[in-house]
Design a protein around this ligand. Sequence first.
Ligand SMILES: Cc1ncc(COP(=O)(O)O)c(C=O)c1O
Length: 387
Amino acid sequence: MPKNWKTKLIHSDVRVPEGFKSLSLPVFRGSTVLFPNAGVVDDNWNQYEVGYTYGLYGTPTALELAGRICELEQGGRTILAPGGQAAISLINFAFLKAGDHILVPESIYGPNRKFAGQVLRRFGVDVTFYPPTIGAEIRSLLRENTRLVWCESPGSITMEVQDVPAIVEAAHRAGALVVLDNTWSAGVYFDAFAHGVDITMQALTKYVGGHSDLLLGSVTVRDQALYQRLGSTQQLVGCGVSPDDCSLALRGMKTLAVRLKAIQESALELARWLAVRPEIELVLHPALPSCPGHELWKRDFTGSAGVFSVVFRPQFSKQQVLAFVDRLELFKIGYSWGGVTSLAVAYDFHSIPNRPDYGHRIVRLNIGLEDVEDLKADLGPALESLK
Ligand SMILES: Cc1ncc(COP(=O)(O)O)c(C=O)c1O
């Protein structure tokens, strides 16, 4: 039919040639998805079963990323969330109800801990925090109503490696699901499903994104019933993902292996170099015997990431530790990790109950892709200035 120019702005007759073959997947954006006829309109979230219905449940860009994460982790299905923390809350919303009990390690990522301690408790979920190195002894904390056992290995900042298989065995015997924050291993250095974990999540913000310019999270399961529960909850929580961010993450995945290799080597070299510095009491790097759970890392992991912590000797004041961080030039100060830029953040554990007694003396480092000798040349004078 003839169209006014204003209508043509919306319904154009322009047609471009088909068959453009690029090495990268296009960014498919869209909230509305078109149906072929009125009778098939259906608000079903499961795009694998019914085809595309609504952008919230994933455009092809998002489903491609989800599929690739799933392939990497050898899961059954992966659901994406707009950040690692969103993935954490999605898991909790999907599997918990009032009257349930969950177990959460003291060493878990701070906002995960707060979500459990504040939001879940407000919704009537009973929360017990447990020492991350508890291993099989977790059986004494499991109850009839324990639904989920959270693990994060190594733990945030204090880096304790957990005995995940022992926790899985006890949890399964008690009928509880085990969920693992597998961000540190980038989903590759620790084979969560082979170790019996039921649900894995990652902050793709870190190593998969890899360039500190996006926020995304993933939840992966093998069991179809768990997938159904996650997908239907995601629909109602409404946490869709940006196709642009997914496209960046797909690009990040292509270089993940080489980035991880370079970062692993630099981080190990720096960790060993720091371990013999007179200012440092302890290096908390899972591949070093000084890290709690090092033997478990040797048993269960196939590599190590670039995030670890150092604990200064007791004589150094909080001001000295902060001055050390401020003096660094290549190491920037900022949250998150897994990108190409080295970062340093000082933490103060004085007000956090049941954490190791590191007080104000702990600094977490994220090792990026700078030359390792330059990083030493940055750290060395900053350490010497402490005296
Ligand atoms: C271990 C771990 N899990 C989850 C998250 C949350 O990820 P996001 O920042 O994408 O919400 C972080 C972020 O620092 C993290 O370190």
